[in-house]
Design a protein around this ligand. Structure first.
Ligand SMILES: [Zn+2]
Length: 312
């Protein structure tokens, strides 16, 4: 099955064995994560995939591996991705938001791949990586530029500490060119495969499609020098999801929550994983775990809607 890979001058059977005895965690399964996961799956890397979101119509365009039917059913990305990727390798799926409370999902990782769309999760992954000595690869795409960088000896916070989470444009406001996302994701997958095979992999910031590479200065910051981990220690329960108008809330909920949600608006999806209703033109999606993704003007309004319907 892997003859085209082992025929490469730089790689042999033992490299393939090393790759296939590894476990990679892919966090986020959208425009970049879905491509990264598929590359690694076809190499036979054991996968753990995690995504908090469900598929929507725009994923037919922006992501790979999902069918229009998956998107119409509003399946969670992790479940839809899992069904596809299981054809090629072993896959463990998590329909969850990676946060400081469920980092055990990362415990088996030999490498962590960033397919997220937000800085908060990247700072969290970086702190986990610094503390536990697990490398990760950053991937980002915005409009028609993509970025990829391996962090093994280097630290993401040193490079990005001046950028505040939430201060950048998002894929919702700036758009995503799917080919650029795919190129950046392929760069990331290639770095992962090289790393897992024990081959040299550069730690510089690569920009696509131009191909510029930057040696990034590493002056030392409170995370890697001070062993201070603010994101590992934070427990914020409302976070913004890609874009300005979707917010996530995680709470323990009662058994009646789903009934009261169905009674409040027009039910547009009710599958094994989630219930989604439209209320005055805004969607409210409640996962079986109790996590909600709510369209609202701001955090405060999202919380108010949640408390009114589900209870505080
Ligand atoms: Zn640092």
């Amino acid at each position: 099955m892997y003859s085209r890979f082992t025929a490469l001058e730089e790689f042999a059977e033992e490299d393939l064995d090393r790759i296939q005895n590894s476990t990679a965690v892919v966090v986020g399964l959208g425009a970049t994560g879905s491509v990264i996961a598929e590359h690694l799956a076809r190499h036979g890397v054991n996968l753990i995939v995690i995504d908090r979101d469900y598929l929507e119509e725009n994923d037919v365009y922006s992501s790979s591996i999902y069918t229009p039917e998956d998107c119409q059913k509003l399946l969670p990305k992790a479940e839809a991705a899992g069904s596809h990727l299981k054809q090629f390798t072993g896959v463990e799926t998590h329909v969850e938001h990676l946060n400081s409370g469920n980092l055990e999902i990362l415990h088996d990782a030999d490498i962590i791949l960033d397919g997220t769309d937000n800085l908060e999760t990247r700072f969290l992954i970086n702190e986990y990586s610094e503390k536990n000595g697990v490398p990760w690869v950053y991937t980002a795409v915005l409009a028609e530029r993509g970025y990829s960088m391996l962090f093994d000896d280097k630290c993401f916070s040193c490079v990005f500490e001046d950028i505040k989470a939430g201060s950048l444009g998002t894929c919702e406001t700036e758009g995503v060119m799917r080919e650029i996302a795919s190129i950046a994701a392929s760069k990331t997958a290639l770095k992962a495969v090289r790393y897992l095979a024990g081959k040299p992999a550069e730690e510089d910031l690569e920009i696509v499609p131009g191909g510029e590479r930057f040696e990034v200065e590493n002056p030392g910051c409170e995370v890697c020098q001070g062993e201070n981990y603010p994101y590992l220690e934070s427990s914020r329960d409302t976070v913004a999801v890609c874009g300005e108008d979707k917010f996530q809330i995680e709470r323990d909920i009662s058994e009646n929550a789903f009934e009261s949600l169905r009674d409040t608006g027009e039910v547009v999806a009710d599958n094994d994983y989630l219930t989604r209703v439209e209320i005055n033109g805004n969607s409210f999606t409640l996962f079986r775990s109790g996590r909600a993704i709510i369209e609202a003007e701001d955090r405060k309004q999202a919380k108010a809607v949640f408390d009114k319907i589900i209870g505080s």
